[in-house]
Design a protein around this ligand. Structure first.
Ligand code: AHN
Ligand code: ZN
Length: 332
């Protein structure tokens, strides 16, 4: 609150309660006085805005490293974070995929209040999978996917969060990282069984953080947070390394009425960007990820298929994830 506003509130309070006649009722009131300075209200996450940020990414086409769509989308994300007042870091590097492919990659990082030692790290991957290898029809396995949910949704939610942070100083440091080359992991059809073939961008960042000795209190990964039928179970590794934060997030979500998405039960453990952030930087991380107990692969049925399109994305899901994260930032 602006100091002048606070002053006016105090002044108005005095005029109403301290001065004048006929105030006996108020004087007798047993209601305790409201604190004049309350904590900053959590801004309203605009789900339509987030949805728009998701659609804009999908419009480029599949964001597979070494393609023009990937390059153009990366430029777009840099421009958007810049527009939303973040201090930008772009880590440009060539990463090597499971099959020896050299991937021209960019981790795109926006920092708010960069001087504040108390920080929260928010992240998502922005690349999309080159293979629809969860399709039952094997002839489709080499077709890249739209990645509306798997990639664009997390980034879209974080862009809306960046837009809100730019308008409402949270009084804490926030870093938003869009990791590249998360989804170029070894497909089942390759059968090389190499370790650590997923999450190449976050693996690089964990070894080469954008600022020396980078620290954050904890991190939140948003992965597949836009599907209309999304369910977020408490992810196993998140429970192992960041259980108090998981509980805090899931409790807030329930209190805010998002219990339909945030399920009060532990789900599977998944290799995702959060495990490398934990391993490399020792930052406890929570993965908010659409997993399912009923699907064929543990994720949604659209996962790594040509059906991961905008048709399945709904603002209500983005809202549940995004508003909950904003609540973690502003009402901590
Ligand atoms: C694996 O498939 C090994 N992990 C899931 C991480 C992921 C891929 N998230 C989105 N796409
Ligand atoms: Zn994926």
């Amino acid at each position: 609150m602006h100091p002048m506003t606070i002053l006016s509130v105090i002044l108005a309070f005095c005029l109403l309660s301290c001065g004048g006649k006929g105030n006996k009722e108020e004087a007798k009131s047993t209601t305790p006085a409201q604190p004049v300075i309350s904590s900053t209200a959590t801004p309203e996450f605009n789900a339509d805005s987030a949805y728009h940020f998701v659609a804009r990414q999908v419009d480029f086409g599949p964001r597979v490293p070494n393609t023009t769509a990937h390059k153009a989308c990366g430029d777009y994300l840099i421009a958007e974070l810049t527009r939303f007042g973040a201090q930008l870091y772009v880590q440009e590097t060539t990463l090597t995929a499971y099959n020896g492919d050299r991937l021209e990659s960019r981790n795109i990082i926006g920092a708010y209040n960069p001087e504040n030692p108390k920080r929260i790290l928010l992240f998502a991957h922005w690349d999309t999978r080159p293979y629809a290898d969860q399709e039952t029809d094997a002839t489709k396995h080499h077709t890249p996917i739209d990645g509306a949910d798997d990639g664009a949704s997390g980034v879209g939610a974080l862009l809306e969060i960046a837009r809100q942070i730019n308008q409402n100083d949270p009084g804490i440091g926030i870093d938003i990282i869009f990791f590249d080359a998360e989804d170029y992991g070894e497909p089942a059809f390759a059968r090389t069984a190499k370790p650590d073939t997923w999450c190449l961008g976050s693996q690089f960042w964990a070894k080469n953080p954008h600022v020396k000795n980078y620290r954050a209190e904890y991190g939140i990964l948003l992965d597949m947070v836009g599907h209309k039928e999304a369910t977020f179970y408490k992810e196993g590794y998140s429970m192992q390394y960041a259980a108090p934060m998981v509980e805090k997030i899931w409790n807030k979500a329930r209190e805010m009425g998002y219990g339909r998405f945030f399920i009060q039960a532990t789900g599977g453990s998944y290799v995702d960007d959060h495990i490398y952030v934990k391993q490399g930087r020792n930052i406890p991380c929570v993965d908010i990820i659409y997993t399912s107990t009923e699907s064929r692969n543990g994720f949604g049925d659209h996962w790594h298929t040509l059906n991961d399109t905008m048709d399945n994305i709904e603002p209500a899901t983005l809202k549940a994830a995004g508003q909950t994260v904003l609540e973690m930032i502003y009402n901590r």
